[in-house]
Design a protein around this ligand. Sequence first.
Ligand code: GCU
Length: 603
Amino acid sequence: MYRQIFALLFMAAITLQAGAKEVPLLGNIMARQTTSLNGPWHYIIDVQEEGYYDYRMNPTQWGFFRNAKPQRPEDLVEYDFDKAATMQIPGDWNTQDDRLFFYEGTVWFMKRFQHNKQEGHRTILYFGAVNYEAIVYVNTQKVCTHIGGFTPFNIDVTDQLRDGENVVIVKVDNKRKAEAVPTQIFDWWNYGGITRDVLLVDVPQTYIENYKLSLDKAEPKAKKRTIQFDANIDKAEAGVELTLSIPELKINQTLTTDAEGKVSTTLSVPAKNLTLWTPENPKLYQVELKLGNETLADQIGLRTIETRGKQILLNGKQIFLRGISIHEEKPNGGGRANSTADAHTLLSWAQELGCNFVRLAHYPHNEYAVREAERMGILVWSEIPCYWTIAWTNPGTFTNAQRQLTDMIRRDQNRANVIIWSIANETPHSNERDQFLSRLAQHARSLDTTRLISMAMEVTGASNYKNRLRDNMHQYVDVVSFNQYIGWYRDVNDAPKMEWEIPYDKPVIVSEFGGGAKYGLHGPENQRWTEEFQAKLYRENVAMLDKIEGLSGTTPWILKDFRSPRRVLDGIQDYYNRKGVCSDKGEHKMAFDVLKQWYETKK
Ligand code: GCU
């Protein structure tokens, strides 16, 4: 009898605790009522995942997530977070503990924090990114498992939190896997850990989940312009009032949700009242959304991006994208970048080059970087890490890639400077790859029709100096982009002889070209790794690019040297990919000026 009652009570308790759930991404996290959990977190390196599995490799209920303490002198507890070292979060573990520089495996993180529960409020735990797999526990209760190292996720933990002290524990595992996205090989450092902000978000019982504001395309001389506004609250509930105001445009509209909890409207404004977002004048409008006593403020630019034949049109006018590729690595020599200051420095180097465009490779960068680029007037190519040999036939891999694509778009769909969603980089041709990627392209369009879709293809087939681009994916993208390494990986001296055949009536972006040089190493132009070699390569490549019909832009590889475990040449690479036009500390190599001078001719 008592056993049944106990079992029922235990199940009830579990069910109650099961209230935690991952909820759809909150848009505009920066405008929300948040408490930061950034700062020192205790951490335990757990090479064999002793804190998760028992000695028969079964998940144990006595794992580190219980944050156990000995109750009696004879009790055995073989870990203690409070005695463990701390590291700064957000931050990768590789550059905060020498023991973890090359480490790929599990590290446990723990943070104690105070919380005051408020009647009628809900609390959502938000992670800007955790690389690569996170299992999150709040007060010993598992609340979420998340896979994907570069996109945010958030969990309603209202029921798990208590008044006073709380403990969040995260198991982070950055092991590379064949079925992961990216797969087990990639040319960048596998920075592990809680690499972006951790926030507690206070929301009312019913809150604005996400929204999208965009300008419809129109004829250049149109007298009226139409703004599209869509928003949704967190539940399928009709009759909830939501107010949109854009004071500068004299817009103040109250909308009522439909049965799905959505609002959708079009707003007409006189074209003469509108200042469109451009790199030269990155105009942002103050936008305010209200729902009950919840107010969300945002700064949103209005612009259109489209293609016409081989041209890319920004606000109806052709634009040449003077770009550069960037990895998300701090400008002062390594570690994951994760702040406005990091972004401002890297983007300032790009502007010094004469860039109006950056390719944030090969994964979604942190939101500070996208917003800082928007403020600085720099257009963005944003990309998910479907990189090289993805497991195209694995359903879980597709779900993972699609989820990362969804979250990348949902997070940045109001950023005027983001003009291209990229779904892949240098993926080998196959029917399975085409099916996988065409479904991703279709999914991106289902979420956002106001941006262009692209991917970095590979040039296949070259004979007697004729380079032909052939890729079935051309029919699924708006912009045909490809990487080529003439002068580095092939045809070291033949760039001047090269011809290009790109048989698609779409704009072309050369999404990578370049070569390596060790900063400060000088010698004859034919000596690889000298700055002179790299500068000659750039001179010959930009002259060759000028011969490509329909070239609408390029993002040379890469702004600065970056860490990679694949680059092991002692004294030259030392685990850095040296293709930067800057050193890893931002020192200009000779090629920097070659590219800068060429961009002067593209303005
Ligand atoms: C590839 C790849 C990059 C890589 C580069 C290189 O094109 O896209 O991620 O770093 O080549 O070889 O340096």
